[in-house]
Design a protein around this ligand. Structure first.
Ligand code: ADP
Ligand code: ADP
Length: 229
């Protein structure tokens, strides 16, 4: 469960998030839509404090963190509850696919190499990359690289998965394979927040859609409610 209470964000004196309140239930998939510059990406990054909110409270499960009093330890705990998939894949170039997924388990979660390898292979199978374990990122298509990014987020078994325009860097013909992978992950019961411009995908995958405009949530409802208006 995620609960955001009155989240504000300023960059200098630019007020980018103007009091966001949002609750996402366990297993719920929420798509965030809205024009460029409306604050969607900033909102996502405030949930795990990749950006420090200027004010407000982030709660994930029992972990409740007030932006104004957040300690380093609070922020680490929140990060450990979230997994993020970025627009640019941010893979390690000199690591293989398998190593890219394993590294979070061995270095962040301190899981033994043998176990980390086993779990990473299982997850790479789930995203359709079992036959690419020993490839390097440069040997993969953009869609395959993004599926490694998704596997890496899944490996940490987070409470919440955050997707920031996961298909925006891809050539059009590679978008569908990545959307299919995200849909599969959604159907596995994960709690997910997805910033996307893919309207049909948002309608297809989400339990709820929120629209942002100028730092505020201006509309929310089921995809059916919003798209039938
Ligand atoms: P969206 O994801 O909806 O396109 P963003 O959250 O990326 O919107 O950006 C919201 C506003 O905040 C924009 O005006 C953008 O220029 C500004 N902004 C985003 N990140 C930064 C930053 N690191 N420093 C200064 N301004 C930023
Ligand atoms: P698949 O067999 O999963 O359908 P593709 O047909 O997309 O894979 O790719 C065949 C091979 O070419 C794979 O080994 C893949 O890593 C590589 N490949 C695909 N696209 C690119 C690309 N843009 N740059 C470099 N290698 C690529």
């Amino acid at each position: 469960m995620i609960k955001l209470e009155n989240i504000h964000k300023y960059y200098g004196n630019q007020h980018v998030l103007k009091g966001i309140n949002l609750t996402v239930a366990k297993g719920e998939v929420v798509a965030i839509l809205g024009p460029s510059g409306s604050g969607k990406s900033t909102l996502l990054r405030c949930i795990n404090f990749l950006e420090q909110p200027s004010g407000g409270i982030v709660e994930i499960n029992d972990k409740r963190v007030d932006a104004e009093t957040a300690s380093k330890a609070d922020i680490v705990s929140l990060r450990n509850l979230t997994g993020m998939v970025f627009q640019q894949y941010h893979l390690f170039k000199n690591f293989t696919v398998l190593q890219n997924v394993m590294v979070g388990l061995t270095s962040v979660k301190k899981i033994h190499k043998v176990e980390a390898k086993k779990r990473s292979i299982e997850i790479l199978e789930r995203v359709g990359l079992a036959n690419r374990l020993n490839h390097y990122p440069a040997q993969l298509s953009g869609g395959q690289q993004q599926r490694v990014g998704i596997a890496r987020a899944l490996a940490l078994n987070p409470e919440v998965l955050l997707f920031d325009e996961p298909t925006s860097s891809l050539d059009p013909e590679l978008v569908d394979e990545v959307l299919a992978t995200i849909k599969k992950v959604a159907n596995e019961g994960n709690t997910m927040l997805i910033v996307t411009h893919e309207l049909n995908f948002a309608r297809d995958i989400s339990d709820r859609v929120i629209f942002m405009e100028d730092g505020l949530i201006v509309e929310e409802g089921t995809a059916e409610q919003l798209f039938n208006d």
